[in-house]
Design a protein around this ligand. Sequence first.
Ligand SMILES: Nc1ncnc2c1ncn2[C@@H]1O[C@H](COP(=O)(O)OP(=O)(O)O)[C@@H](O)[C@H]1O
Ligand SMILES: CCCC(=O)OP(=O)(O)O
Length: 359
Amino acid sequence: MVYDILAVNPGSTSTKIAVFRNRQEMFREDIEHDSAFLDSHPDIEEQFPFRRDMALACLEVHSYQVEQLSAVVGRGGLLPPVKAGGYTVNQAMKDRILKGPISPHASNMGALIADAVAAPLGIPAYIYDAVSSDEFMEISRITGIPEVVRQSFCHVLNSKAMARKAAEEAGKSYEEMNFLVAHMGGGISFSAHRHGKIVDALSDDGGAFSPQRSGSVPIIYIVDMCYSGKYTKAELMRKIRGDGGLKAYLGTYDCREIEKMIRQGNEKAELLYEAQAYQVAKGIGQLAPALKGNVDAIILTGGMAHSKMLTDWITDYIDFLGPVRIMPGEMELEALAYGALRILQGQEKANIYRDALYG
Ligand SMILES: Nc1ncnc2c1ncn2[C@@H]1O[C@H](COP(=O)(O)OP(=O)(O)O)[C@@H](O)[C@H]1O
Ligand SMILES: CCCC(=O)OP(=O)(O)O
């Protein structure tokens, strides 16, 4: 049986789409959005129809007839804890995303765009391996403040996709192996994969700083900043996501520019870039106990894994824990499409989203 699947991955400044025929990619587009438009239309209700229309326009450019589609699958966002795997987009999920409460993130639009394209065609809309997929051990959730529960947020989609690929290349199944994964993109997250489940993770604000995010910082200083009268909440949030990390020090989040600075003798840039590597190594080390030393591979992935300078530093700090696999870039569109295909082929069942507020 042949299935055409549209995969949609909304990011902070772009929407990536691809059409797959079973596992064969037919075409893909990385639709860069005008940041002035995004900044002037921060509201998700305004943004997602715009991104939907841009995705549909791309299909037209490729003379693709949407009526050929069997399903649409979007990246799952920061919903309340869900299972890993696929979910059918339903009204409760859309209500949670549009009415909240929900942490703001571009990935939240994946479900809305998928539904907006699929519904008129009478085909299913799914999300797959959402950012808030939760396979944690109970001890992973505990923090030192009872009111604060550590949630499972990480780059689930790409981290699992790369771990599955590494297992396949080793001639084994994902469920047979143990991985520590560092996804190094605009945000950096870490995940410990034990026999097919992410049993612990550090989200983009729970571990290393990144090219544009603060990562975890000593909380006492944050409390002082909150009550200093110097910053609004929005300004502090920008320091945590968007204007933090390397960008805060060097004015850029582009690692290629930073490497150029280093080659030109910029010692500050070199110190900061090695600190970036060291923090990634520390994040991996922090999760290692979840696997109790049984590490089949440490996977470095995401856009920053293209940087040999960075990955050499990280490997030097961390390869005492296990073999390091460099798997640059991301396979999020493939992971979305392959997951939807497994559902369409009956190899997996799509979960039904239930919500405490919306039924
Ligand atoms: N070839 C490369 N060399 C070094 N850094 C790179 C390269 N390609 C991308 N990056 C860096 O990776 C980061 C973006 O990674 P990516 O996974 O594309 O992020 P996102 O999808 O979260 O925007 C940026 O900091 C960018 O500078
Ligand atoms: C860890 C949360 C997911 C995230 O940060 O995704 P992006 O790096 O794509 O923004």
